[in-house]
Design a protein around this ligand. Sequence first.
Ligand SMILES: [Zn+2]
Ligand SMILES: [Zn+2]
Ligand SMILES: [Zn+2]
Length: 146
Amino acid sequence: MELQALEQALCPKCGNLVSELNELTGWCAPCSIKQVCPKCGREYRRGAHCSYCTSANVRYKDRIADLREEGYTAREALKIVRDEIRPKCAVCGEPITRSRQGSVICRRNPVCSEANRVYKAKRRNRIPKDQALQETLDEIHGTTVR
Ligand SMILES: [Zn+2]
Ligand SMILES: [Zn+2]
Ligand SMILES: [Zn+2]
């Protein structure tokens, strides 16, 4: 049989006979692109994050458990947590919708847009985030008549 002439290797990870092992990992191709999460033991793609452990379900499981004790269903509790973790505008306090990662100020109100502009300019000048935000808020509140 010609097939048997092919050199086969045993993947130490999954135990399958494969035609070749990845030189770096010593595992077969499918095993080499996977990584086992040290926390939950689930496999995920190398270089990514474990989607299970990074999901709101797990990251906020204590908070969800509290809500469930208060009588919320799992689905309701998850929704509440999602609302709680949504970034809120540092100026007006409203949740930022469709925000890009790291957004701290919305554009809903003129004062927020202005704050956004000031903040971005400060960040371009390499002012650290916290400081830039504090200065922005000081400036904005200084010019806002309430
Ligand atoms: Zn394998
Ligand atoms: Zn995990
Ligand atoms: Zn705002």
